[in-house]
Design a protein around this ligand. Structure first.
Ligand code: BES
Ligand code: MN
Ligand code: ZN
Length: 535
């Protein structure tokens, strides 16, 4: 796939299909669409007048053009009402247009930059969103198919065409960012779509090593013996049920001269298959639990994008990867295990394993003296009850970090919704009779299941931190034009948008969600009491 930016008039551009757009309710199109309409002798205006095209968001119409035209096809795509227009609508419109073109056999698609003209959006952001939507529309997971789906063409070239000389550098920058994001999201989708017999913990470690090799990052992957030797008893207890080797993956992006800066840490739950363990899940849809590594996959995808962007920020990814299987060697309900920071945990339900693997990852993060830590996890079914597929749950211990993540999620079209983390009444839920804490409530029905998980994780954090419960967002039915059925890649856009905001800021200004001086973690490790947050 090639992504290119060209200066010129879209109606003169030679491609298999050219794409222009229309706001809902417009009867006399202006800008590039108006120029195409004029070149076609008013054909677009007549279609609108006849009621054949209204400009609703996602609506698309493919027109065959005369032999004299530079391209054989024109795709007209709706942007919806001008008042509601934003970058998410650009992504969706661009994806709808590319899908329509591919369905008609076009493989080289040329598009105007939706929103950069009359739409009034920042041209860099508009180009990024146009490129991202268009590229993601072509995503498929077909590696296990003997024959690829021949019903539509594959995108070989996406050309962004603008008549504006002044906007060209901005569009070029936006296109490159969109391409970097599409690559990271594609990587996340591939990892999460892979079945559990392919995407094992060691496979994820190899994927991390490949990212490191491509972008000059540092990588380490601890095996079972090392995980046990280091004292990661919580992660090891989840891995105990099966022969598949767990991995604790540490992937570091350290730009020149930034080794001493406090890193932003991305931690991911990567349970490559969650059977529930001895607390076995019912068979119905158990196969879906191959996606229980969606958090870890998002963290790796974000690192791929960060590498491609050469982001000037110290970022460390931690991926806790294991299967959760039942067997004679598996952890049993009632067992007590010891996390890396010394906290003892009563494992009342082996199906609440995500919080166990993250307990060790979050404890490890303390050693990095982080500026901020964000974890992503398909942690609870309860977050699906609360939020469905509309947003991931946001559970922060820090207001400024929460605000920064909420804004990044809105900008990226990957929404978050904040839930409460009050100590009263929630802190008491995790108290155990026999150990420091327990991993599930023993009451039926369980109350506030997602908050329980978050309060459990909070025990292991003594730095600005936020937990994102992405169980409802990592997998989908392909209802958006830039999503296929299966893994969504949720989290990559949000993380990268947040980190870009942390990297570029006026000198001397304090970035949102970060305390001025991260303390030396080794000094207070294991205390379990949150340090005051100096914001
Ligand atoms: N991986 C699941 C959560 C999940 C559910 C992810 C649906 C994606 C879709 C997690 O490990 C789990 O099993 N959670 C339990 C926790 C319970 C035992 C306290 C749950 O949600 O039922
Ligand atoms: Mn589980
Ligand atoms: Zn799980």
């Amino acid at each position: 796939m090639q992504l290119q930016v060209h200066r010129g008039a879209i109606q003169d551009f030679a491609a298999d299909a050219i794409v222009v757009n229309l706001f809902q309710g417009v009867t006399h199109p202006g800008g590039a669409t108006g120029a195409v309409d004029a070149a076609l002798g008013g054909r677009i205006r007549r279609l609108i007048a006849a009621g054949d095209f209204a400009g609703r968001l996602g609506e698309s119409l493919v027109l065959d053009l005369d032999d004299g035209a530079a391209a054989p096809r024109l795709v007209l795509v709706g942007l919806g009402p001008a008042e509601a227009f934003d970058l998410e609508r650009v992504r969706r419109a661009s994806a709808s247009a590319v899908r329509a073109a591919l369905a008609r056999g076009a493989s080289h698609v040329a598009s105007i930059v939706h929103g950069a003209g009359i739409g009034g959006l920042d041209p860099t952001a508009a180009a990024e969103a146009t490129a991202l939507g268009g590229l993601l529309a072509d995503y498929r997971f077909e590696v296990h198919k003997s024959k690829p789906d021949a019903r539509s063409a594959r995108l070989t070239r996406l050309s962004l065409v603008s008549h504006s000389v002044e906007q060209l550098p901005a569009i070029q920058a936006g296109a490159a960012a969109g391409e970097a994001l599409a690559a990271g999201i594609g990587l996340t989708r591939d990892l999460a779509n892979q079945p559990a017999n392919t995407a094992t913990p060691s496979y994820l470690a190899e994927a991390a090593a490949a990212i490191a090799a491509r972008h000059g990052m540092q990588v380490e992957a601890w095996d079972r013996a090392r995980i046990v030797a280091e004292g990661m008893g919580a992660l090891a207890s989840v891995a105990a049920g099966g022969p598949e080797e767990p991995r604790f993956i540490i992937l570091r992006h350290v730009p020149a001269g930034m080794a001493d800066s406090a890193p932003r840490v991305l931690a991911g739950k990567a349970v490559t298959f969650d059977s529930g363990g001895i607390s076995l899940k019912p068979g119905l849809k158990m196969g879906l639990m191959k996606m229980d590594m969606g958090g870890g996959a998002a963290v790796l995808g974000a690192m791929e994008t960060i590498g491609r962007l050469a982001l000037p920020l110290h970022v460390v990814a931690l991926v806790a990867a294991t299967e959760n299987m039942p067997s004679g060697s598996a952890t049993k309900p009632g067992d007590v295990v010891r996390a890396l920071d010394g906290t003892t945990i009563e494992v009342l339900n082996t199906d609440a394993e995500g919080r166990l693997v993250l307990a060790d990852a979050l404890s490890y993060a303390q050693r990095l003296a982080p500026a901020a830590v964000v974890d992503l996890a398909t942690l609870t079914g309860a977050i699906l009850v609360a939020l469905g597929n509309g947003a991931a749950g946001l559970f922060p211990n820090d207001d400024a970090l929460a605000e920064a993540l909420l804004a990044a999620g809105d900008a990226a079209g990957e929404r978050l919704w904040r839930l409460p983390m009050w100590d009263e009444p929630y802190a008491d839920m995790i108290k155990s009779e026999v150990a420091d804490i327990k991993n599930t409530a023993d009451s039926v029905p369980a109350l506030a299941g997602s908050i329980f998980g978050a309060k459990f994780l909070e025990r292991f954090t003594r730095y600005p931190w936020a937990h994102l419960d992405i169980a409802g967002m990592a997998w989908g039915e392909g209802r958006l034009p830039y999503q296929a059925k299966g893994a969504t890649g949720y989290g990559v856009g949000l993380l990268v948008t947040w980190l870009r905001g942390q990297a570029v800021r006026p000198s001397g200004a304090q970035p949102a969600g970060v305390r001025p001086d991260a303390p030396d973690a080794s000094s207070d490790e294991g205390s379990g009491t949150p340090a005051p947050r100096g914001l």
